[in-house]
Ligand binder design. Structure first.
Ligand SMILES: [Zn+2]
Length: 100
């Protein structure tokens, strides 16, 4: 197992892990289970992380991740009131797709 990166929140971690899995990597999100304990632990202990099962995939996985993290910046307001930034096409708060 190898830690690839730390994500700012669980929605982004899941999005990155999904994209990596679709790219054929052995990615998974760790620390899901600490979500319910947030507030009782130091904040940096609660952030979700994206891990690779197979460490030899690291270089290619980091390349894909770099693309994911550097998507064209976009900012839109979801119907639920959440401002979504960073190139996401679905609201990380409620899951609604971006309005056309
Ligand atoms: Zn929303």
């Amino acid at each position: 197992m190898l830690r690839l990166t730390r994500a700012p929140n669980i929605a982004i971690a899941a999005l990155w892990a999904d994209a990596l899995q679709q790219g054929g990597f052995s990615a998974s999100v760790q620390r899901y289970f600490l979500g319910g304990l947030a507030g009782e632990l130091p904040p940096d202990q609660c952030l979700p992380e994206v891990w690779l099962t197979h460490a030899h995939e690291e270089q290619d996985a980091r390349e894909l991740l770099h693309h994911l993290q550097n998507m064209p910046q976009r900012r839109w307001l979801c119907a639920c009131g959440e401002t979504v930034e960073g190139g996401f096409e679905a609201c990380w708060q409620c899951g609604r797709p971006m309005a056309a």
